[in-house]
Design a protein around this ligand. Structure first.
Ligand SMILES: [Zn+2]
Length: 501
């Protein structure tokens, strides 16, 4: 914090506070709608949500806000700002200017088209019929292209999308990283495909959902989730809502027939929440407290879920306690459990994929997105292109569009450039793993000793406390890992899976 605060900065901080109050209300209403709201109450809550969202939008697009940002960006004011406040001014001014370049009637066309596209996608997916979605996808592609032309004139369209979700990365870097992953995984997958796979019938049974919830709480506590600054809920798809560093909420979806999947959702969402809980309180009401870099966020949730959670040593100190809570798991020895949670097998659906083939699901989407925006691929050809790529990358071919191009909602929302952030998160994880082992020693022995919270503390100190102050390339530099590379992730996969298979 600077010693002398200008009148302007004081005003701006008050404005930021107001902005965060609206954001809090919007997030809380959204959480309520997707978790606890009774069916009949939803309409009114939706109306309230729309009201506060509109208020928030007019606040952040108001002339007053723009003027304050422009003035703070002037050399006199800017130089006296704290690092977090500089980032706030840079990011919000960029966002403000971009937003201001979008004509109002175009924006409302976009909002309407997005809503229609979402509905068409749902219908198409249910019917497994791409033709229902095709015209809407065409429209979302055109509108997204146009949006980028308005907000960032003269820039390469796909680069604009990438930057929107992961600041500091360009498409040349992503091309290079994904090529590395693709080439590096081919021999491992070939080896695994010819190996024996575990028998899942060993976990079949009827499990008690209330007990699953208790296991979830145990796992969250185990990795360092702070229940005084967070809570849990239930929803169709697991997600995390971040209201503030003192209030992070994770949801889960439980199933009586699957005693494993929800555990990994808990660890994954718990990772997102711990990140939020660990941000330096000094960043309150600054942009550093909002982690809008999706690759960075995913790198935390995936580190917990995959690097820690899919390591057998993670389970050694708690497996007995978990079996006490869920006696049905007693029949599954830890060694078998380990084989199940690391069963690498090509499958159609991304969200159910293992940690290795998952990477190829993302590369498939990335290559299609770049084919659309750099190569003008025809939407009529996309389902076949999808299936061909799946065959080429994973050796399997979907028999219908629901298992293929219609499985994800991202494109229906116009969220092009989002998918790559999932894989970027895993690539960063490989690099963190190297740094953690350099600083704390073997992760296997730390985990086996029940010291998972030491690893959490490392992540908090080196990454999480900074919120979104540093983009990924800067973080890698700070933890002594140099240029972003996929090699550490590939080393991790190779050393782990050649032992298991
Ligand atoms: Zn996530």
């Amino acid at each position: 914090m600077q010693k002398f605060m200008s009148k302007l900065l004081e005003q701006f901080i008050a404005f930021q506070k107001e902005r965060s109050l609206y954001e809090h209300a919007v997030a809380l209403l959204h959480w309520d709608l997707t978790t606890h709201a009774p069916e009949l109450g939803k309409e009114h809550t939706t109306e309230t949500l729309a009201y506060f969202s509109t208020k928030l939008f007019s606040l952040t697009t108001s002339a007053q806000y723009g003027e304050m940002l422009e003035k703070l960006a002037g050399p006199e004011e800017y130089e006296s700002l704290s690092e977090a406040m500089k980032v706030t001014v840079d990011r919000f001014l960029k966002e403000y200017r971009e937003q201001a370049r979008i004509p109002e009637d175009f924006y409302s066309e976009l909002v309407t088209a997005r809503a229609q596209s979402g509905q068409a996608w749902e219908k198409a997916k249910r019917a497994s019929d791409y033709s229902i979605f095709k015209p809407h996808l065409q429209k979302m592609i055109e509108l997204s292209r146009q949006t980028a032309a308005y907000t960032n004139p003269g820039e390469e369209t796909y680069n604009v999308f990438l930057n929107q979700f992961e600041e500091g990365l360009d498409s040349d870097t992503v091309d290079r990283l994904f090529e590395e992953v693709k080439a590096g995984l081919a021999p491992l997958l070939k080896h695994i495909r010819n190996s024996r796979h575990p028998d899942w019938s060993i976990v079949s049974g009827d499990y008690d959902i209330d007990k699953e919830k208790k296991v979830q709480d145990l796992l969250l506590e185990y990795i360092g989730f702070d229940f005084n600054a967070g809570t849990t809920g239930e929803s169709e798809h697991p997600f995390t809502t971040e209201l503030s560093r003192h209030d992070s909420r994770v949801t889960n979806h439980y199933s009586p027939s699957d005693p494993i999947d929800y555990m990994f959702s808990a660890i994954h969402e718990g990772g997102h929440a711990i990140f939020q809980q660990s941000i330096d309180p000094a960043y309150e009401n600054t942009a550093a407290a909002y982690v809008n870099m999706m690759g960075l966020h995913e790198s935390q949730s995936r580190f917990f879920e995959n690097i820690l959670g899919r390591n057998v040593n993670f389970w050694i100190p708690v497996y007995d306690r978990i079996c006490d809570l869920m006696p049905g798991l007693r029949k599954v020895p830890l060694d078998d459990f380990n084989l199940l949670i690391n069963d690498v097998k090509p499958s159609f659906i991304r969200t159910r994929a293992d940690e290795v083939t998952y990477c190829l699901h993302i590369i498939l989407r990335y290559e299609l997105e770049t084919a659309i925006f750099r190569g003008n691929a025809d939407v009529s050809d996309l389902p076949d292109m999808w299936n061909d790529k799946m065959e080429q990358l994973l050796g399997i071919r979907p028999e219908n569009d629901a298992d293929g191009i219609l499985q994800d909602m991202h494109w229906a929302d116009g969220m092009f450039g989002y998918f790559p952030t999932y894989l970027l998160g895993s690539i960063y994880d490989g690099m963190y793993l190297k740094a953690v082992e350099r600083d704390l020693g073997s992760i296997d022995s730390l985990l086996a000793q029940g010291r998972v919270k030491d690893i959490t503390a490392w992540l908090q100190t080196n990454i999480q406390q900074h919120g979104s102050l540093y983009p990924a390339p800067k973080i890698m530099e700070r933890i002594g890992q140099g240029n972003i590379s996929a090699a550490p992730l590939l080393d991790y996969f190779n050393s782990k899976y050649y032992k298991l298979y």
